[in-house]
Design a protein around this ligand. Sequence first.
Ligand SMILES: [Zn+2]
Length: 139
Amino acid sequence: MVIIEALYSMFANKCTRCHKGDIFEEKNPYKLGKMFKMHETCNHCHLKYDREPGFFYGAMYVSYALTVGWFIIWFALQSYVFQWSTTVFLTAFISFLVLSSPLTLRWSRIIWLNIFFRYHKEYERKDAAYSDDLKEACK
Ligand SMILES: [Zn+2]
C-alpha cells in the first residue's frame, strides 16, 4: 500500500501526508517558468515541505536512481526490440532524458518527501493538523 500511496501523490501532485493539498504550485510540470515553484506548506494539513535548508538536495539521489531506471528500461528495449545503432540509441535516450527532466525533477522531490512523510488517513480531516493527539499518533 505504501507504494500505491506514493504513486498517487506522484501522479496527482498531492501532499504525501494528507493527499489533499498540492505540492507544486503549477499542476503542469512542463510550464518551465514555474517548474521549481513549490508551496511552502500543505494548504490542507500544513505540512512544511522544505524541512530545512537544502532538504531537497537529497532528491538528487532519487533523481539519479530514476535516471538509472530509465536507462535500464531503454537498454532492454534497445536490446530486444529496437536494435538501433549506438548513435541512434544514445541520441534517442538523451532526447528522452531532456524531455522527461521536468517530470523526473517533480517525481524525485515527491518520492523524497514520501520517504519522510507517509500518508495518514487521519490528516484528511481539515482540523487534523491542530490535533496534538494526532501529531503524537502519527510520529
Ligand atoms: Zn497535506
